[in-house]
Design a protein around this ligand. Structure first.
Ligand SMILES: Nc1ncnc2c1ncn2[C@@H]1O[C@H](COP(=O)(O)OP(=O)(O)OP(=O)(O)O)[C@@H](O)[C@H]1O
Ligand SMILES: [Mg+2]
Length: 225
């Protein structure tokens, strides 16, 4: 359902040198899969996840979602994909600091449901489910790191996207919180979402049903499908 064919991504650094972040990536992800991609710092994990998440153009190759190349579409088509079909949990959360936990989660639903009440009801329900019922009115600075992680996770799933992408979702968490967050991904996967996480930690990657290794912008286990 999601397929990457010969995807490459180069960057030009400040010395005008070309840097290859990804080389010849081939990947097939079926609906309902739970995949993790593990690799060291600089191996291309974030670049790859951004490309899958309709956030960054590849330099070459194709990214097919249901057989349609998402980069052969308009920016507004991709914006719509990001709003409705792909949930993204950023490594640094990207929450809006002056909004409450509730509003941070509700914003994407306000755009799709066009009803503030429906959006906040759904956001409340999600935050309660993830143990944040008593933190609805807290701003970003009034939440612990693990709580921010869960708020970011709630926001990524509020429009019920088929695909959830998470960049180092346990990067700053202690072992207990890591287990909690990873069991939430498992739960989301069991309820039908396709989940792809990238991480540098093998133990975190092991929560997924399939694990791929990325090194210097290439999969070390070759083509994956
Ligand atoms: N805008 C950019 N300009 C130049 N080089 C870049 C740029 N963005 C990324 N790179 C390079 O591409 C490579 C892959 O970067 P990426 O951020 O995808 O790695 P990563 O695996 O996510 O690393 P980390 O675990 O540290 O987050 C790195 O060598 C990085 O220096
Ligand atoms: Mg990264």
């Amino acid at each position: 359902m999601l397929e990457l064919k010969n995807v490459t991504r180069d960057f030009i650094n400040n010395k005008k040198e070309q840097v290859a972040a990804l080389t010849d990536i081939n990947l097939k992800v079926e609906e309902g899969e739970f995949l993790s991609i593990v690799g060291p710092s600089g191996s291309g994990k974030s670049t790859l996840l951004f490309i899958i998440g309709a956030l960054l153009n590849p330099s070459g190759g194709e990214v097919l979602l249901r057989d349609k190349d998402i980069y052969d579409t308009t920016p507004s088509y991709r914006a719509d994909l990001r709003l409705q079909e792909i949930g993204f949990v950023f490594q640094t959360f990207n929450l809006i600091p002056y909004l409450s936990a509730l509003d941070n989660v509700a914003v994407p639903a306000m755009l799709t449901m066009k009803s503030r009440k429906k959006a906040t009801d759904r956001a409340t329900e999600l935050l309660q489910r993830f143990g944040l019922g008593a933190r609805l009115d807290h701003n970003f600075s009034e939440l612990s790191v693990g709580e921010r992680q869960r708020v970011a996770l709630c926001r990524s799933v509020i429009n019920n996207p088929g695909i959830i992408l998470a960049d180092e979702p346990t990067g700053n968490l202690d072992p207990a919180m890591t287990r909690e967050v990873m069991s939430l991904f498992k739960e989301l996967n069991s309820s039908g979402h396709t989940v792809i996480i990238v991480t540098h930690e093998e133990e975190v990657a092991a929560y997924a049903r399939k694990v791929l290794h990325l090194q210097n912008g290439k999969f070390t286990n070759g083509t994956y499908n």
